[in-house]
Design a protein around this ligand. Structure first.
Ligand code: ADP
Ligand code: MG
Length: 359
């Protein structure tokens, strides 16, 4: 339902997209994962016909976004990065306005609106002006508006950025409902966890380039499951703690002297944590603070590119960091399988061997 090949776009000499390829089969959820400025919104704007690409091509629901924008618009819904609701209108009026603008009869608009309000848990608030809504309610109302015409493809640009955990959970539920209806969804996010929760496949972009592609499981395998972070009670023992952790599993611990923390990846979750604590106790090293958490976007970038988010590499290949660049794309789908070996090999460099945490 979504195919993009080699999309490029510059703004006043600055390249925002340097050749982005995407593919989303019907009924799937594709997550475009990347930090601020990566090119997510630019991609969404091109795919939703709001912006023309300089190069490359894209089709949505079988229609070319450049040649047949009208046909594309008839088949898509868009919930932009900033919720587009009229603050002076009530939730119901906002949705009725959208429905009527789409040419629905008064009756059909009323019926559709009532259904959407119910589905997005806005019934109670339906007759209050949207100006008084929380961020989560605004996003849900905006999302409901995007679904008014039952589009085949829905674009959600950072649907949960700025939401509290409750708003995030509500939005995730709404996206899952959409998918259950067979809708194809492209969502952008800065959160690996969100992509993991919602997406069938993930494309990671940075500086307008695809740096990795795959399922959440494939990306996590490249990045290493969760992260254990420990703060020793005595800062002097940071190195000793790292030494003990390094002896337990395949991943190299990272020491952050400023934060007074040691972090190590693990694929064994709480079991690894128990082993780590037992080993530290045996070594008479006391720990003040412990956490086990999924990898963050920073962890992904560290693993995929071998360093923190990097500046664009001029002349680099369209879907990777390019010659001499620090990273190889972890392309794990379809035709890119050959590169997957390269990606796995690279991230394998962080491992000391195939040893797991289990003792
Ligand atoms: N209309 C515009 N004019 C100038 N620069 C833009 C414009 N839109 C985006 N950019 C630039 O393009 C890059 C990608 O932006 P964007 O697609 O909004 O990233 P993201 O949505 O991933 O945060 C950024 O460097 C941004 O400053
Ligand atoms: Mg954006």
């Amino acid at each position: 339902m979504i195919v993009a090949e080699g999309l490029t776009r510059s703004f006043g000499g600055r390249q925002a997209l340097a050749g982005v390829d995407l593919r989303a089969p019907a009924g799937s959820v594709l997550a475009l994962l990347g930090p601020n400025g990566a090119g997510k919104t630019t991609t969404v704007r091109i795919l939703t016909t709001l912006l023309r690409a300089d190069g490359g091509r894209a089709t949505v629901a079988g229609h070319d976004v450049g040649d047949a924008p009208e046909a594309v618009r008839e088949r898509i819904g868009l919930s932009g990065q900033y919720a587009a609701v009229d603050e002076r209108l009530t939730a119901r009026e906002n949705l009725q306005l959208v429905a009527r603008l789409h040419g629905m009869s008064r009756r059909a608009a009323r019926r559709r609106t009532t259904g959407l309000l119910d589905r997005f848990a806005l019934t109670e608030a339906s007759d209050r002006p949207a100006g008084g809504f929380s961020g989560g309610m605004r996003r849900r109302l905006d999302l409901a508006g995007a679904l008014t015409t039952r589009p085949a493809v829905v674009f959600l640009d950072e649907p949960t950025t700025g939401l509290d955990p409750r708003g995030r959970a509500d939005t995730w539920r709404a996206v899952r409902d959409l998918v259950a209806d067979g809708t194809t969804v492209l969502l952008t996010t800065q959160y690996l966890e969100e992509a993991d929760q919602l997406a069938d496949s993930i494309t990671v972009i940075d500086h307008g380039r695809v740096i990795a592609r795959g399922t959440a499981a494939e990306l996590k395998a490249a990045v290493g499951g969760e992260r254990i972070t420990l703060s020793p009670a005595v800062p002097d023992t940071l190195g000793a703690v790292a030494g003990v952790l390094g002896g337990l599993g395949p991943y190299r611990p990272e020491v952050d002297p400023r934060a007074g923390q040691v972090t190590v990846a693990t694929d064994e979750g709480a079991t690894a944590l128990r082993h780590a604590l037992a080993a530290l106790e045996a070594a008479r090293l006391t720990v003040r603070d412990v956490s086990l958490a999924p990898p963050t976007l920073d962890d992904v970038f560290l693993a995929l590119t071998g360093g923190p988010r990097r500046p664009a590499v001029p002349g680099a290949s369209p879907d990777g960091a390019g010659p001499g660049g620090p990273g190889r794309p972890v392309a794990v789908d379809g035709a890119d399988r050959e590169e997957a070996a390269g990606g796995a090999g690279r991230s394998g460099g962080r491992r000391k061997g195939a040893l797991a945490w289990r003792r």
